[in-house]
Design a protein around this ligand. Structure first.
Ligand SMILES: Nc1ncnc2c1ncn2[C@@H]1O[C@H](COP(=O)(O)OP(=O)(O)O)[C@@H](O)[C@H]1O
Ligand SMILES: O=P(O)(O)O[C@H]1O[C@H](CO)[C@@H](O[C@H]2O[C@H](CO)[C@@H](O)[C@H](O)[C@H]2O)[C@H](O)[C@H]1O
Length: 446
């Protein structure tokens, strides 16, 4: 296994889902489950390059040289054979599909995993399918299972969580509950995989490994729809209003299905502390922010003194790219994992729902940064109209909405823009001007 860990230490940093770019992985094997049916292995590998350490899920298989796709090649194994990333391997994907649509068990109760089928009788997944890895910038690896010709079943998307944390992943927890409660604004749940393992410190842990949902074939996400509409100067008010109503419907349902709490001083201090910590990281990584630091802190201080609503579970990383435009269900919300740069224990707590509203307002603002326009004025007007319509749609369904002078909304918008300044500096430096311009507007210098 030593050799394979050495190979993974070179291969993993080249993967989009590897979370700590720029550092050499320090890998330890946490679990190694043989998958006899697939002639493959499911590994959990801990990386101590950062603290707290990150546990990654890495399915692998030994295959004949020359039979593996170049992007899936991890490195040499025995004579004439190679280690491969099994997410592109037919035998592994067939096993995964069976765990989430039929169920199954591998290993033991404290050192293995179970597949749980969740589909309702109306949502009959196909029997014979062909798998394809979803391409694109992703924090996880998603597989699409399409029915083979003649199979009447529905297509399925299955997300294999690459970073594995203790506890049920909020993506699974929240979306399964919403779907079970009859919500049309999330995809139907098809199945999940839960693992149990013993940490190197001998602590038993359980966590989500995969989540499968109904796949909406051939639809666009709201980011693409909004970009096209803004570029064509199409009126987006009705669509933005409907999106506001879907987001509010999600908040109402989450508040009904999960506990809510009146925020006390400690809850407020935790949120304000997270804003300040993030600002400190941003100031260290994005020097252009320095002139705004005091103004940003004033906005946070005003929000800390304002009235706060009850805390509740939220989406946590809502933006237009997390929304699908579906003919059958209207706007459908995805990816309830929360912000990938935020610690998991913070993402699991009841939170301020305004965080999601701020995320969507920021996302509309990104449209003006991404669409070329002669003087910028027309696209800016489009953005403001979309933001206002979104807030109206939200208010109509939620029965209340932050207005655009709400101190809490202002602080969450700034916090999101600060997060984006870090995210863009690390991942897409050409885009950092978008959050920086927003910070200039949200915290104008005197
Ligand atoms: N149920 C679905 N139907 C159609 N497309 C989907 C579905 N779920 C996810 N997608 C597509 O996959 C992309 C990535 O999914 P997401 O849940 O955001 O993964 P990640 O956590 O890796 O970012 C989405 O932006 C969307 O384009
Ligand atoms: O989809 P993820 O959970 O990986 O989210 C991360 O990447 C997003 C970019 O893909 C990033 O979103 C930012 O850019 C979007 C346009 O590409 C924009 O609509 C969002 O408002 C903006 O925040 C997101 O912040 C990051 O967590």
């Amino acid at each position: 296994m030593g050799d394979l860990l050495d190979l993974l230490a070179v291969w993993m940093p080249r993967q989009r889902w590897y979370g700590t770019k720029g550092r050499d992985p320090q890998l330890t094997l946490v679990a190694d489950w043989p998958l006899d049916d697939a002639d493959a292995r499911l590994l959990l590998v801990r990386d101590d390059a950062v603290q707290p350490a990150i546990v990654y899920q890495v399915p692998v298989a030994v295959r004949d040289e020359g039979t593996v796709l170049p992007g899936s090649l991890i490195g040499p194994a025995a004579e004439g054979q190679v280690w491969a990333d099994a997410t592109t391997d037919d035998a592994f994907t067939a096993a995964l599909y069976s765990w989430v649509t039929v169920g199954g068990e591998v290993g033991e109760a404290q050192n293995g995993f179970i597949g749980i089928a969740l589909a309702s009788p109306e949502q009959r997944p196909a029997t014979k399918v062909t798998a394809r890895v979803l391409s694109g910038e992703q924090s996880n690896t998603s597989l699409i299972f399409r029915p083979d010709e003649g199979d009447e079943g529905a297509p399925v998307i299955c997300k294999l969580f690459r970073q594995v944390n203790p506890g049920i992943n909020p993506d699974v927890e929240l979306q399964s509950a919403l779907a079970a409660g009859g919500a049309a604004f999330v995809p139907a749940a098809i199945g999940e995989v839960r693992g149990s393992w013993i940490t190197p410190e001998n602590v038993p842990v359980s966590g989500s490994l995969a989540f499968a949902q109904e796949f909406f074939e051939g639809v666009e996400d709201a980011w693409r729809v909004a970009l096209d509409a803004a570029a064509a100067a199409d009126d987006f008010a009705a669509r933005a209003y409907a999106l506001g109503a879907s987001v509010a419907g999600m908040h109402v349902a989450l508040a009904e299905q999960f506990p809510t709490v009146e925020p006390d001083a400690a809850d407020r201090a935790a949120v304000v502390g997270a804003w300040e910590r993030r600002l400190a990281i941003a100031l260290a990584e994005v020097p252009q922010l320095e002139p705004y630091a005091d103004r940003i802190r004033e906005v946070y201080a005003a929000a800390a003194e304002a009235a706060w609503p009850k805390l509740q579970r939220v989406h946590g990383d809502l933006h237009l790219g997390q929304v699908l435009d579906t003919p059958r269900n209207g706007w459908v919300l995805l990816d309830f994992e929360g912000e990938p740069l935020r610690p998991i224990h913070e993402r699991l707590k009841p939170d301020v729902a305004v965080r999601d509203v701020a995320g969507m307002l920021r996302s509309f603002d990104y449209v003006s940064g991404a669409v070329a326009d002669d003087d910028g004025a027309a696209v800016r007007a489009w953005v403001i109209a979309a933001q206002q319509a979104f807030l109206q749609g939200y208010a109509e369904t939620a029965g209340r909405a932050p207005d655009d002078h709400d101190p809490l909304l202002a602080a969450f918008e700034l916090d999101k823009a600060v997060y984006e300044a870090i995210y863009e500096t690390r991942n897409r430096p050409d885009w950092v001007g978008i959050p920086l311009a927003a910070i200039g507007r949200l915290a104008p210098l005197g």
